[in-house]
Write a new protein. Structure first.
Length: 400
């Protein structure tokens, strides 16, 4: 078989749905050609390869490259001062209603040039790449004006050109109400919708998101955004049920959303609707930890109904300044009681599903992008168990 590279002597966690659990192959071989996997399987079944390079992995584990399916990497400034206020007892809602929160980041984001936004985001991106991330999503949502949202989306696209990583972008204009809207949420939603055709025509976003919450936007307002997005062929996703149950998960499912994210307050009706629609529940333990939430997502309900579960950093300046997907794995297990298999699937196969990219990446299967993370570990549980330690040996993106 003609190929560019072969990795042999590997223990594979393929995450292939045709295999049980993590899809383990103890003595495995992977081969790539032109950035695609052309062979994966046990060494005993491997064909003869005509390869440019053969890599002996020496018994290390290989997983699919990690995927961070919910980030807000593009923003200006930081909110360390608000962290101090929160430590002193102020709630997330109190800070937001006093002009802090997302709106404070908005001012810093608007003040930054597009080039500065890219430069500010690159260290955050580099931290994720260093832990084996090969694909991630980046949202807008801190500009909250036509010019600033477009600049944020262009900056997000530029990240994928600046580093060897796959970046999907999401338009999150319905993130918060800017001060100039003077409290008129419906008029602002009109502006969010008015920008959608330009975003779609310019291919600046791969999906559209919104924040459905009392301090953000109502289900009715979100439904208007989603209806307009779907009419333009843009998939949708939703910040849902984080602080209260506005039935955001059900709303997401009604629109066939790729994912509903946070979902701490989702009820059984929402979990069942998501499972039926194929909408992934993206769990964000970094935000849960950072704002000291106590309402744990209904994991048992999701399991009972067969709702797919993903994990992500939610990297953002206000509620989850987290740039470690490995630490996110530990948080998912410790705070939400996910199993090792659920955690690892949550940052590979299920994260790809949450981005609509499962046909492209997220598992080690023939035809998919050759995105690999090679680990110095004895067993996959180490990826979830350890804290503040990075056992990545090699990261491979598109076969290189």
């Amino acid at each position: 078989m003609r190929c560019d590279r072969v990795w042999r002597g590997a223990r594979l966690a393929t995450l292939a749905p045709s295999r049980e659990g993590l899809g383990v192959i103890e003595d495995g071989v992977i081969a790539s050609l032109d950035g695609r996997i052309v062979h994966v399987g046990p060494a005993s079944d491997a064909p003869d390869f005509a390869a440019d390079e053969v890599v002996d992995v020496e018994g290390r584990w290989i997983t699919p490259g990690l995927i961070d399916c919910h980030t807000h990497l593009i923003f200006g400034g930081n909110r360390a001062h608000e962290f101090e206020l929160r430590l002193a007892g102020a709630s997330y809602e109190e800070i937001a209603r006093a002009g802090g929160g997302i709106v404070s980041t908005m001012a810093a984001t608007r003040a930054a040039s597009e080039e500065e936004l890219v430069a500010l985001a690159l260290p955050r991106l580099d931290a994720l790449i260093a832990e084996g991330v090969t694909t991630l999503e980046v949202k807008s949502g801190y500009g909250l004006s036509r010019a600033a949202e477009l600049a944020s989306l262009r900056a997000a696209r530029a990240l994928g050109a600046a580093r060897p990583v796959s970046v999907t972008t999401t338009y999150l204009g319905a993130h918060a109400l800017p001060p100039e809207a003077k409290g008129d949420k419906d008029a602002y939603i009109d502006e969010v919708i008015a920008l959608l055709p330009e975003i779609a025509q310019g291919k600046l976003a791969d999906a559209v998101d919104a924040f459905c919450e009392g301090l953000a936007f109502s289900p009715e307002q979100v439904a208007r955004v989603f209806t307009a997005a779907k009419a333009l062929g843009l998939p949708v996703k939703l910040h849902a049920d984080q602080l209260s149950n506005l039935h955001g998960a059900r709303l997401a499912a009604e629109f066939g959303a790729l994912s509903a994210d946070h979902v701490e307050h989702t009820d059984e009706e929402g979990a069942a609707a998501m499972a039926k629609a194929g909408t992934v529940a993206v769990l964000l333990p970094g935000a849960f930890y950072f704002i000291r939430e106590t309402k744990v997502p209904p994991i048992d309900l999701f399991r009972r109904h067969g709702t797919h579960l993903a994990l992500a950093t939610d990297c953002n300046p206000g509620t989850s300044p987290l740039t470690s997907l490995l630490l996110t794995l530990n948080m998912g297990a410790t705070l939400f009681r996910l199993t090792v298999d659920e955690c690892i699937a949550g940052v590979t196969r299920e994260a790809a599903r949450a981005l609509g990219l499962l046909h492209e990446t997220g598992t080690l299967e023939v035809g998919k992008s050759c995105d690999l993370a090679i680990w110095d570990i004895e067993r996959p549980a180490e990826l979830v168990y350890r804290m503040g330690f990075n056992p990545l040996h090699t990261r491979v993106w598109r076969g290189k």
